[in-house]
Ligand binder design. Structure first.
Ligand code: UD2
Ligand code: MN
Length: 572
């Protein structure tokens, strides 16, 4: 039993094989009519509850029943389909207010049991796996700012209902200065009956990072497990996480994050084999990537923990002692953002290992906008990201800083974080990139970069790379010399790209923007010495259309409309 016997400093071979700023106005007034009464006692058995026909009568809380009515809304992770048109004007108002306040369908959530059932999403191999007999216990820390009642408590119950009791030391709810009434006395009364669950409150709005620190400061479990306040844990989610930490305390582990749909609460799960790993782009945004071949080769089975360069941030377990050793979080980070990459880089660079564990599944409601208040006039995400770049990214930080012409603004003092890095004798960011994220696209390695200008006419290849542009044709636009949507890079492996967007041609139709996959194929281009841009698979060349408005893919030939100017790194 290695638990308790680990010395963190350099006993774990590095890289060894074992181991948009969002501002939304929140609706501040909590509507009494939506107060928890009709919601809290939703044990899944009451059809009247579901129809919302009359004002819900206050009832005593019914203690947890884990055998829900299979026909109640949302059971087995099914979608709750509500025909908005059929709702009374009053109910419809509630429906809209719920969405407005939370950026998810609170009305649908309120119809569902707090103990709704989910399918057992595990692959058979995971169900049959034998975990270590002595697993460490965990404190589960859930931070929230104005979370909806039913969503918050379903998170809590999913932990209690689907984890071996002896492994849950406690659940710590951290209230980040919510102003909704239901999270005050009603919540205290409710959790008092659950045992094990306690609440700590921030005295001012701290943001999720300092709230997590507050939770950690009172935690007593051997492991800390963080969850967002809108999650649902599935059967068997916890043991595989703790098992990896039991093997080595410097292993930090994330479950597979399944999607709970914001519109209807459908639980969408992926099989272990479909699991992705975490990465990031040079805007320091977290993103997902397919499991790279080198990692698939390293894994002995598709159910082994997968080494991941980064974590999404919200859902992970870490040995409490190791978390402290590693320097927890940067308390200078506000509200939201950046802490996930900061911790990820720190884990890898300072001797730990970050895994995604395919046998552990937790659902999370992914929202399309942020429902709460941000600091007005401050780009919090940028500030947090600069803090992490300054401390951890060495010269690579400049790829990020170029995005805003190196105008950093006030990002506070990072001296103590730099000292931490020194004290822990962490490796360089260059080491991290080369060993942990070798598939990361490095702008400095681009063989050509800048605008791609047609030689017949001053028209340039133009596209954004956000989700609006994905799977849509690349356009031609008058060259504007401002970079932006006309700034492209030719990667070493023949991609024409910016961030995660790549030129993609299937052999038919038009050249489209597509998420880069790093597999060459439809994204493999050659910028020839004479100025042709050839798609290697189809052997066709990009050609400016006669009207100058679009790109044609034609057999390569001796036409000026097929010749393009693009600055090569070697200056030619
Ligand atoms: C993702 C992470 C989130 C966090 C974030 C980057 C997942 C599933 N989620 O964004 O955990 O790492 O990236 O920072 O990986 N909260 C507060 N105080 C605040 C703001 C938020 O307590 O001022 C709580 C909030 O109630 C929620 C959690 O922090 O429980 C994460 O916030 P989010 O759900 O808005 O973040 P998300 O999932 O978009
Ligand atoms: Mn979240």
């Amino acid at each position: 039993d290695q638990w308790g016997e680990q010395n963190f400093v350099h006993d774990n071979p590095h890289g060894g094989d074992e181991g948009d700023n969002r501002h939304e106005n929140e609706q501040k007034v909590y509507n009494e009519e939506q107060a928890p009464d009709g919601v809290v006692n939703n044990d899944g058995g009451d059809a009247k509850q579901v129809q919302h026909e009359q004002a819900p009568k206050p009832r005593p809380h019914i203690p947890t029943s884990t055998t829900p009515n299979p026909n109640a809304p949302g059971e087995m992770g099914k979608a709750v389909i509500i025909k908005k048109e059929d709702l009374s004007p009053e109910e419809r108002k509630k429906y809209d207010a719920g969405f407005q306040k939370n950026a998810f369908n609170q009305y649908a959530s309120d119809m569902m049991s707090l103990h709704r059932s989910l399918p057992d999403v595990r692959d058979k191999e995971c169900r049959d796996f034998k975990y270590a007999s002595h697993l460490p216990d965990t404190s589960v820390v859930i931070c929230f700012h104005n979370e909806a009642w039913s969503v918050l408590l379903r998170t809590v119950h999913s932990v209690l209902d689907r984890s071996p009791a002896h492994l849950i030391k406690e659940i710590i709810l951290v209230d980040d200065f919510s102003d909704m009434d239901h999270v005050k006395k009603p919540l205290e009364d409710y959790i008092a009956k659950l045992g094990k669950v306690r609440i700590v409150r921030a005295k001012k709005r701290e943001g999720l990072i300092r709230s997590r620190l507050l939770g950690a400061s009172v935690a007593t479990g051997q492991v800390i497990t963080y969850l967002d306040s809108h999650c649902e844990c599935t059967e068997g989610w916890l043991e595989p996480l703790l098992d990896v930490i039991a093997k080595n305390k410097s292993n930090v582990v994330c479950p597979v994050i399944d999607v709970i749909e914001d519109e209807n609460f459908k639980y969408d799960f992926s099989s272990a084999r479909g699991t992705s790993i975490g990465g990031f782009d040079w805007n320091l945004q977290f993103n997902w990537h397919p499991i790279p071949d080198h990692e698939r080769k390293r894994m002995k089975t598709p159910f082994d923990p997968i080494r991941s360069p980064t974590m999404a941030g919200g859902l992970f377990s870490i040995s409490r002692e190791y978390f402290e050793f590693l320097g927890t979080y940067d308390p200078g980070m506000d509200i939201w953002g950046g802490e996930n990459l900061e911790l990820s880089f720190r884990i890898w660079m300072c001797g730990g290992t970050l895994y995604i564990v395919p046998c552990s599944h937790v659902g999370h409601i992914f929202r399309k906008r942020s429902p709460y208040k941000w600091k007005p006039g401050v780009n919090v995400v940028k500030k947090n990201s600069i803090r992490l770049a300054e401390v951890w990214m060495d010269d690579y930080k400049n790829y990020y800083y170029e995005r805003f012409n190196h105008v950093l603004g006030d990002y506070g003092d990072v001296t103590s974080r730099k000292e931490l890095r020194k004290r822990l004798q962490c490796k360089s960011f260059d080491w991290y990139v080369k060993n942990i994220f070798p598939d990361l696209f490095i702008p400095g390695e681009a063989v050509a970069s800048g605008e791609i200008r047609n030689q017949a006419q001053s028209q340039c290849l133009d596209s954004s790379v956000d989700h609006n542009a994905m799977n849509k044709p690349v356009k031609m636009w008058p060259c504007h010399n401002q970079g932006g949507n006309q700034y492209w890079m030719l990667s070493k492996n023949g991609e024409i790209r910016r961030d995660e967007g790549c030129f993609d041609f299937t052999g038919q139709g038009q050249v489209q923007m597509y998420t880069c996959h790093g597999q060459k194929g439809n994204q493999f281009w050659e910028y020839r010495a004479d100025g042709h841009l050839m798609h290697v698979n189809s052997q066709r060349c990009m050609e400016l259309s006669g009207d100058g408005q679009s790109i044609l893919m034609e057999p390569c030939g001796n036409k000026i409309r097929q010749l393009w100017l693009w600055k090569r790194k070697d200056g030619s």
